[in-house]
Design a protein around this ligand. Structure first.
Ligand code: SF4
Length: 100
């Protein structure tokens, strides 16, 4: 398999850097199954059981049917703080550290 392959079928993971989150809620609008506000008014990621991950840097798997929504959220996030990584090699495919 080519290291450059970035087919949409590859499993992705996502995390949010709360230090930069503006709390505007764009990500929650895009993918409420993946992003949710906690009481502090900042966005956190949720796993497929609906559990919020509050530890800094916590990653969750991106559900296959929400890949595009999560990538769009990372690209449009005003805080530049949503990081979408390929699960296989941790390469960031959308977010502030993506190479594209
Ligand atoms: S889009 Fe970005 S800045 Fe806005 S609430 Fe979500 S993580 Fe925070």
């Amino acid at each position: 398999m080519s290291a450059e392959t970035e087919t949409p079928a590859q499993p992705l993971r996502v995390w949010v850097d709360q230090d930069l989150c503006t709390g505007d809620g764009l990500c929650v609008q895009y993918a409420p199954e993946v992003f949710e506000f906690d009481l502090d008014g900042l966005a956190y990621v949720k796993d497929d059981a609906g559990e919020l991950h509050l530890s800094p840097g916590s990653r969750v798997d991106v559900p296959g049917h929400l890949r595009l929504e999560v990538i769009d959220a990372a690209r449009d996030c005003p805080g530049d703080c949503i990081h979408v990584l390929r699960a296989a090699d941790d390469v960031e495919v959308a977010g502030p550290d993506a190479s594209e």
